[in-house]
Design a protein around this ligand. Structure first.
Ligand SMILES: [Zn+2]
Length: 240
């Protein structure tokens, strides 16, 4: 039996996205509700002795969030002079460098987390726009280039929570995978599933198109945990 309450809740959520997307910032909108959105923050330029963890501690921000926004999967890759976007910060802060102990041991590096194994690539193709911030605009997913008509596959098993057309996103599907995870597939050429339908991982759910705010056929793909957009590249295998 379909869960009526859940369906109403999802329809309401989708409607809220539609209304918010079409009324251009009259109400405060969590940035993760849009494919791209202005975001406040500052760029911190890495200086000698500063690790990602030190920088995040100084700014009081979650290191995993900063790593995902900046596409830093490997904290050993941080270099002096690198610019790191700190979401929410209003000014650049001084960050105390690490002073090596007398025995010269470097500071232990805290790794960022990756979550491979649950989600698969919905289409094969190169990532033409990554998750993160560029010129003050946040991109809540990744863009994967693929020819028009290419089948789009469910990244994980779940249920079609929403099928419709939203400003910016064009033809869109939202799959619900658990109580916390959803995935979003946008700019579709066609839908191949209906709302409420259960889907298996890898099942064809639509095709690549060019609908909505899009400059050529591609799939805009999002992974959200508790409706917060996460960096899909931290969840997908390195190679499609
Ligand atoms: Zn996109």
């Amino acid at each position: 039996m379909p869960d009526g309450t859940a369906r109403i809740r999802w329809a309401g959520w989708a409607l809220a996205v539609l209304l918010l997307a079409s009324c251009g910032g009259k109400r405060p909108v969590p940035y993760e509700l849009r494919p791209s959105e202005r975001i406040r923050g500052v760029y911190h330029t890495v200086e000698r002795g500063q690790t990602l963890w030190r920088i995040c501690k100084a700014y009081g921000v979650d290191m995993q969030t900063v790593a995902e926004v900046n596409n830093i999967r490997d904290v050993t890759q941080i270099r002096v002079g690198q610019r790191i976007f700190i979401p929410g910060a209003t000014r650049v802060l001084k960050v105390e460098p690490y002073r090596p102990s007398p025995d010269g041991r470097p500071e232990p590096l805290r790794p960022v987390q990756t979550f491979e194994g649950t989600f698969i690539w919905p289409v094969h193709g190169s990532v033409t726009s990554s998750f993160g911030v560029r010129n003050g605009i946040k991109h809540s997913g990744i863009d994967i280039a693929a020819p028009k008509g290419t089948p789009v596959r469910a990244s994980a098993a779940g249920e079609v929570a929403y099928r419709g057309t939203l400003r910016g996103y064009g033809k869109i599907l939202i799959l619900k995978h658990s109580s916390v995870y959803t995935t979003v597939y946008a700019h579709l050429g066609s839908w191949e599933v209906r709302e409420g339908q259960k889907v298996r991982q890898g099942q064809i759910i639509g095709t690549v198109g060019n609908t909505g705010r899009s400059s050529g056929p591609h799939l805009h793909f999002e992974i959200r945990k508790r409706n917060k957009a996460r960096n899909p590249l931290f969840f997908l295998s390195r190679r499609p």
